[in-house]
Design a protein around this ligand. Sequence first.
Ligand SMILES: [Fe+2]
Length: 325
Amino acid sequence: MARRSQKFEMSTKTEMDQKQRLRQVTEKVIGLPSLPTVVTQLINLVGDPATSARDISQLISADQALTAKILKVANSAFYGFPRKIATVQLAIVVLGFETVKNLGLSVAVLKRFQAGKAHPLFDRQQFWEHAIGCGVAARMLAHKRSKKLEPEAFVAGILHDIGKLILIEYFPDEFGEALELAHEELLTISEAEMKVIGVTHAEIGGWLAEKWNLPETLVQAITHHHDPMAMEDPNEILMITHAANALTRHNHVGQAGDSLGASLSPEASAMFKAGRDISDEDLLAELSEGLEVELEKARVFNDLEAELFESRGSDDDDEGEPVGA
Ligand SMILES: [Fe+2]
């Protein structure tokens, strides 16, 4: 034990080293490939008020792999539509532009990050359980606030820890060291990342979201999911993502990289208590109601992830242009 602590002390980077490391991380993130072109176009089309359902269905239908995945998910219990959705056009009419866009984005991200190294303290399957679980919890919490927020809350939950996948892929040794430090000294993974790398997965995920030109609400939700009050005026998606993360931790859905429990900021807690005098523990229990059922309905995403993992490297989908190229 003493030997390990000494090892971490010796490996703690000096300030100069940390700055160099930060720059290196930034450069790597900037060099990451962008989203598949079809998903970027999809995001742009949905953002344009002049876009019709026909424009979107034409774009998606041209990509057979994406079409198949969207229809599979659209027909799942997660969306609960009573009849079969056989075409993208119908999916758009039934589910709405925003949901289809965020489905495309979720599928692209699940596919993008199938590679990467392994670490005994980082189980990829557990990671996705946590990420998808957080998406499901975020959709549930959004439902309590405004149904309109559901699609974006879902995708924010799925993406919130994406920085960890960048770290395990590009900085496996440092991230491994951070995981071990968190484990041994009972730190949060973010605290351990700051000590070892000098930057957290949340910030790195936010950089990626910026590079991908995702909406500012998503960039904020990813960057500040651990510290929403770092924003002067945190948007609702950010508050929901933060609370959903606490809810998945509280219910032990998947594994997030450290063994610590839920941590809900006083502001997020107040937002969901809505003036009621109840404890955080009771609030988390109340918000957890129905989560099991929703997680079961969302199985289709875990199946999709497993399917993509098995077929990794064998797909020749359009991977988009490298960022900055
Ligand atoms: Fe996180």
